[in-house]
Design a protein. Structure first.
Length: 319
């Protein structure tokens, strides 16, 4: 039985990936700080070994990579790496000791798009700490695969969504009041003309991508793959679809961003700026062609499942 270590396995994607791995016959160990339970319950978790480690503290000591290597994994999936130094410590500890190393990147590593849909080989112009750091990690891992044979694959999720947490909303931030406004059939104000894009992906479809990459190492090692729904949505189109799902005619107004932000908190306005500045729209053709990636969810379907759960949990209410 092959052994898989998932670092950060109890988060959004791990909640779906761990059961997939267990069902497929892998021996799974989940490494985390122990602060979170899976979003989706599944009997497979009874078969999982859970180890609680403080990654930040152990990295400061220079021992985190060695602690992971000591678990003797065949495959390592790193869900929570955010700096190149963090990646380097793992790579050096695992070099020559693992068959496959899979890293969670981001579509924000591209920054703004030069053409749409953006493909993995397009030039990258990342901006902001998160996208810039993740782009640097991707460059490092792919270069290690090409130059030294380190068996790295990078999976780049879009805006991850699923039951149990609030999805990125049609205003480009995570304030659930936006969905309540739509549920009430009230007018929603959007920045600019609402034509910027967001690109969601259901957490289970990201899990599917990891499984397909593991199943096809000859096609996935040394490569990065966009993990998104089949199509991005504009903020306007997204809002209109959610209004219709809630049984209302769309009621939208529009203002230039600098006027629009006056009605929002600083954090919400900043989140919206970051999302509309990126306006991601990414292609899945490479993953479809090389790995057989077939998302089960479109962007709206994924959001609707999450929205319905928020209503069931009492976070949102139907009037």
């Amino acid at each position: 039985m092959r052994k898989v270590i998932i670092i950060g396995g109890s988060g959004h994607v791990g909640s779906y990936l761990v059961p997939r791995l267990v069902t497929a016959g892998f021996d799974v160990t989940c490494v985390s700080r122990g602060n979170r339970r899976p979003y989706v319950s599944h009997a497979a978790w009874d078969c999982v070994t859970e180890i609680h480690l403080d990654r930040e503290a152990l990295e400061a000591e220079g021992t985190f990579g060695d602690r992971i290597a000591a678990l003797d994994p065949d495959i390592v999936i790193d869900k929570i790496c955010f700096t190149r130094e963090s990646a380097e410590q793992l790579v050096e500890a695992l070099r020559g000791r693992v068959d496959h190393f899979l890293h969670t990147g981001t579509i924000w590593s591209h920054g703004y798009s030069l053409s749409v849909p953006t493909v993995e080989s397009d030039p990258r112009e990342p901006f902001g700490d998160y996208g810039t750091w993740k782009s640097g990690i991707e460059d490092y891992l792919i270069s290690q695969a090409c130059r030294t044979g380190f068996p790295a694959t990078v999976v780049r999720p879009g805006h991850i969504v699923g039951p149990g947490w609030a999805p990125l909303n049609p205003a480009g931030n995570f304030n659930t009041q936006v969905f309540q406004t739509i549920l009430n059939g009230e007018p929603l104000d959007l920045p600019n003309f609402g034509l910027e894009t967001v690109h969601h992906v259901h957490a289970d479809d990201v899990a599917q991508m990891f499984m397909r990459a593991i199943a096809a190492p000859s096609a996935s090692i040394g490569e990065a793959f966009n993990a998104v729904s089949p199509a991005a949505v504009t903020l306007r189109g997204y809002a209109e679809e959610i209004y219709r799902h809630c049984g209302h005619r769309p009621a939208l107004t529009f203002h230039p961003y600098n006027e629009w932000k006056a009605g929002w908190s600083e954090s919400d306005a900043r989140a919206t700026w970051e999302h509309i500045a990126h306006s991601p729209c990414h292609s899945i053709e490479k993953a479809r062609r090389h790995l057989g990636y077939t998302p089960r969810y479109g962007s709206i379907e994924a959001v609707v499942e999450s929205l319905d759960q928020l209503i069931a949990d009492g976070v949102l209410s139907r009037p």
